[in-house]
Design a protein around this ligand. Structure first.
Ligand code: ADP
Ligand code: GLC
Length: 485
């Protein structure tokens, strides 16, 4: 099969969160299974300098954006057999300090930037000498891709057009813009209707994909069910319910080539389930690096993530305040909403021996925190999949999670099944519930046998993409041969 992936970010070239990890790893795994994979992503600032093997493709992009024609070009890289990455170059749009914005503010021309990107993807899909069978777009940044495929297929003579699939990584990010942005689409006016790309008077990139993609997937089975309810649908419940039969939840996998503890350039001491001393040493080293005293009796609780409402910062701060007298230590790496950044920095000032906080983005430190921590906290309000808990399990770091979305699908809580448990779960979205879960973690740490059992259960789990990519392949086959479904 020839599969084109389209994504606003892709690891290791660009990343703000799990979307990049997922798209990079899925593409690699599909290529390893013999599929021909074409991955299209923007050429952000710094990528060319970091990857000198990237080459220009003989390809001019002259794309309409309303009444303007915007030019761009395409670069490509073949990092692996069967995998070609196409980078869309448009310096005015993509050579900037940030990916989607700066200092918590989105760029004001994101509609133009990602309309251009979506049109460039479709241009490649239609005119490359080897066109894809499947066009798989991810999140709102590539949300306009399916509507163009349909439009050019039904009204523009594109035969055979690829089947389209759209993966929802996070319904909270919708790419909604004032109605005037519809001009940038250069589509006939009838598309701007409640049955089309319009959402409460705005142009919605996400809704456009939900309506026009041949099939929708999301990144865990439970999130696929949750988003059919008003509580989790971020206003899209009606649209999603109408497409419920074409909505599939597939749990993300992990790229263990990047996320492993035995040969990882970001870790100072390798370790595995049978040799955990390296993990202890990493903990000591991290505590020192982050300015905390070493204390064998104190469990280390870690957090790495975007500091936004989704991740439960409003529970975490008061729950930590209420439980730090238990004597544990806490490290956090993250960036996001200023009030969370300030809140965690204040906490570190108030508890200098117990709490260390680094604001910013640092991939190497993320690996070190995963490896050094005894527990990893994810009290998310909603979590489409969540990758950090999957990394934690492999790193022997017990996840403490709210039973929601992919967190619920991937972690077995102590209260669910003590024998196979690999984490601690709580259900209610509330400070007291998180406090109890933290207390439970500290209790488990004192019980060496139980602590080790949870850790060993987690480390034995396999969430590799090798397996998960099969699910995508079966799903793609079904899309190409619907009669066999
Ligand atoms: P989301 O995609 O919602 O942010 P995930 O758990 O799926 O959540 O993935 C987050 C990914 O981003 C992980 O690989 C995590 O390590 C990484 N990450 C998040 N914040 C940071 C940060 N400040 N520094 C380094 N890596 C980060
Ligand atoms: C989103 C979600 C996260 C998921 C990631 C990759 O950013 O918030 O839960 O793991 O996408 O699919």
């Amino acid at each position: 099969m020839r599969i084109m992936q389209a994504s606003g970010e892709c690891f290791p070239y660009s990343k703000t969160g799990g979307l990049a990890d997922m798209v990079g790893a899925l593409s690699k795994a599909l290529a390893a299974k013999g599929n021909e994979v074409q991955l299209v992503t923007p050429l952000y600032r710094g990528i060319l300098e970091k990857y000198p093997d990237i080459r220009p493709l003989e390809w001019d992009l002259d794309l309409s954006l309303g009444d303007r024609t915007v030019s761009g070009s395409v670069y490509y890289l073949e990092p692996l057999k069967n995998l070609t990455i196409y980078f869309i170059d448009q310096p005015d749009f993509f050579h900037r300090p940030g990916i989607y914005g700066e200092k918590s503010e989105d760029y004001s021309d994101n509609a133009e930037r990602y309309m251009f990107f979506s049109k460039a993807v479709v241009n490649l899909a239609r005119y490359l000498p080897q066109p894809p069978d499947i066009l798989h777009a991810h999140d709102w940044q590539a949300g306009m891709v399916p509507v163009y495929v349909q439009h050019e297929h039904f009204r523009g003579g594109w035969h055979p057009a690829p089947k389209t699939c759209f993966t929802i990584h996070n319904l909270a990010y919708q790419g909604n813009f004032p109605s005037t942005a519809f001009e940038l689409a250069n589509l006939p006016g009838d598309y701007f209707s409640p049955h089309g790309v319009e959402f409460y008077g705005q142009l919605s990139f996400l809704k456009s994909a939900l309506v026009f993609a041949d099939h929708l997937t999301t990144v865990s089975p439970r999130y696929a069910r949750e988003i059919l309810t008003e509580e989790y649908a971020c206003g899209m419940a009606g649209v999603l319910q109408a497409r419920a039969k074409q909505l599939t939840g597939i749990l993300n996998g992990v790229d263990y080539e990047d996320w492993n503890t035995t040969s990882n350039p970001h870790l100072d001491y390798p370790y595995d389930a049978a040799h955990l001393d390296g993990k202890d040493r990493q903990k000591k080293k991290l505590l020192k690096q982050m300015g905390l005293p070493s204390n064998r009796k104190a469990p280390l609780l870690g957090v790495v993530g975007r500091l936004v409402d989704q991740k439960g910062g409003d529970l975490l701060l008061p729950a930590l305040h209420a439980t730090l007298d238990l004597g544990y230590q806490f490290v956090l790496l993250g960036s996001g909403m200023p009030h969370y950044e300030e809140g965690f920095q204040r906490l570190a000032k108030d508890y200098p021996k117990q709490v260390a906080v680094q604001i910013g983005y640092d991939n190497a430190l993320a690996h070190k925190i995963e490896a050094a921590s005894d527990f990893f906290l994810m009290p998310s309000k909603f979590e489409p999949c969540g990758l950090n808990q999957l990394y934690s399990l492999k790193y022997g770091t017990i996840p403490v999670v709210r039973a929601v979305g992919g967190l619920d699908d991937s972690v077995v809580g102590l209260e669910e099944d003590p024998a196979s448990a690999d984490g601690i779960k709580f259900s209610e979205y509330g400070v007291t519930a998180l406090e109890s879960a933290i207390r439970k973690a500290v209790e488990v740490y004192q019980d060496t046998v139980l602590f080790n059992q949870l850790r060993q259960n987690g480390m034995a789990k396999d969430f590799s993409w090798e397996r998960t990519s099969e699910e995508y392949m079966t799903f793609y086959q079904g899309l190409l041969n619907p009669q066999r479904q």
